[in-house]
Design a protein. Structure first.
Length: 210
């Protein structure tokens, strides 16, 4: 009789535990359903139910034109550098050939030589006579300049068929010289001076003797 009195206590405990477990399963199921519904509402569900966003960057297809015709080739070097072939070289950048370069050097040497000649002092004897018309045995003054002929003695010459020495000379001082001659030969008389040491000659002057 004592064992029968203890049996209802265990059965009550098992029944209470089963009831609690059932309530817990029911509450968990309700919460799961609510959670799934919330996910679908905010758009966090599977990729199949959500709309896919269109790409923001669009690269047109050049294989066909909007009218359906075939388009030309894509971007080429001609589009970037119109009118010029990538293999063509710039004519202005070509170096002169060996012959052209040699001709240029020869021309430069000629120009430099001309410049040196212009810069060098002229060693030319210049002569003048005064007066240019005299009476017989009247003094005829001969004067002139001789750059670079400092200290030289110049010989006076008169033309008589050919040039011959006249018995008069002139000394160069400070680049100039002067002397005089007298003659009784009437008519036109031509005179000049010569540097015997170098052979340089002056221009000829004409004096008429009455």
């Amino acid at each position: 009789m004592a064992e029968d009195d203890d049996a209802p206590w265990y059965r009550s405990l098992l029944v209470g535990a089963g009831a609690l477990l059932g309530v817990a399963v029911l509450v968990g199921g309700v919460i799961g359903v609510i959670a799934v519904g919330a996910v679908n509402v905010v758009g966090l569900g599977g990729s199949e139910g959500a709309e896919r966003a269109e790409p923001s960057l669009y690269i047109p297809d050049r294989s066909a034109s909007p009218e359906g015709e075939d388009a030309g080739p894509g971007l080429t070097l001609d589009d970037l550098n119109p009118g010029r072939s990538p293999s063509a070289s710039d004519e202005s950048g070509k170096k002169p050939s060996g012959r052209d370069a040699g001709d240029g050097k020869d021309e430069k040497k000629k120009q430099d030589k001309k410049k040196r000649k212009k810069k060098s002092p002229r060693s030319v004897i210049s002569l003048s006579a005064s007066p240019v018309e005299v009476s017989a045995m009247e003094r005829i003054y001969l004067s002139g300049t001789y750059p670079g002929g400092e200290g030289k003695s110049l010989q006076v010459q008169r033309r008589e068929g050919g040039w011959s020495d006249f018995p008069t000379s002139a000394s160069v001082s400070g680049g100039t010289f002067s002397t005089y001659v007298m003659t009784g030969r009437s008519g036109a008389n031509k005179f000049r001076v010569v540097d015997p040491s170098t052979g340089k000659k002056s221009n000829a002057v004409t004096v008429r003797v009455r």
